[in-house]
Design a protein around this ligand. Structure first.
Ligand code: URA
Length: 208
């Protein structure tokens, strides 16, 4: 059977996927803002939160999902965990304005519940396309949810600070799992450990 014979009429005439064919972050973020793939999230959100940062950022941070403040302001990491993330970046000589920040989910889950697998599956093409368009040298996975999405079955406490490579859109990218900054808000005693972990970003950026 030839490749064409294996395709149905629907496959042959299906319109191209706009997520895969869009060529700019602005275009992609427009698609995210209009997304209604998850009924509950689309109904509950104030707005979708695509991500923030320059289109040529060297570092791409991935958290879990927008919370209340992110949902209100349309920007990721603007609550307490966000203020701490900004502080951590400054400690290692990075300005928030020079990195790209987004989440596994682009919409706030009701009452900040955990993201559901089908929601993360539905949202994944947006995140992958963001990574492809930006082409960062380093992707930092903040916390368990972000780590497990890219490296299932790994444990954040064991994986944190250990870089690993994975292909996205045919290009090998370095991923660095770290403890989520929200941990440091809930457990002040973990702050020195979290700050120490962030220095790994600096070390890798100096090598990559
Ligand atoms: N704010 C975000 O945008 N993401 C998180 O994971 C936590 C807080």
């Amino acid at each position: 059977m030839t490749e064409l014979e294996g395709l149905s009429q629907g496959d042959l005439f299906a319109p191209p996927d706009p997520i895969l064919t869009c060529t700019t972050l602005d275009e992609l973020h427009g698609l995210i803002r209009d997304c209604v793939k998850c009924d509950e999230l689309a109904e509950y959100r104030t707005q979708a939160v695509p991500g923030v940062g320059p289109a040529n950022a060297r570092v791409f941070f991935i958290g879990e999902a927008p919370g209340r403040w992110e949902d209100e302001q349309g920007e990721p990491f603007v609550g307490d965990a966000g203020a701490y993330l900004t502080e951590l970046l400054e400690k290692i000589g990075l300005n928030r304005s020079e990195v790209f920040i987004s989440n596994i989910l682009k919409c706030r889950p009701p009452d900040n519940r955990n993201p559901k697998t089908q929601e993360m599956d539905a949202c994944a093409p947006y995140l992958e396309r963001q990574i492809e368009l930006i082409g960062p040298a380093l992707v930092v996975l903040l916390g368990r949810v972000a780590l497990e999405r890219f490296f299932p079955k790994e444990k954040i406490t064991e994986a944190a600070t250990k870089p690993r490579r994975k292909a996205i859109g045919g290009r090998q990218i370095t991923f660095l799992p770290l403890l989520h900054p929200a941990f440091g808000i809930r457990r002040q005693d973990l702050k020195p450990e979290i700050e120490q972990q962030f220095w790994k970003i600096r070390e890798l950026l100096d090598q990559l």
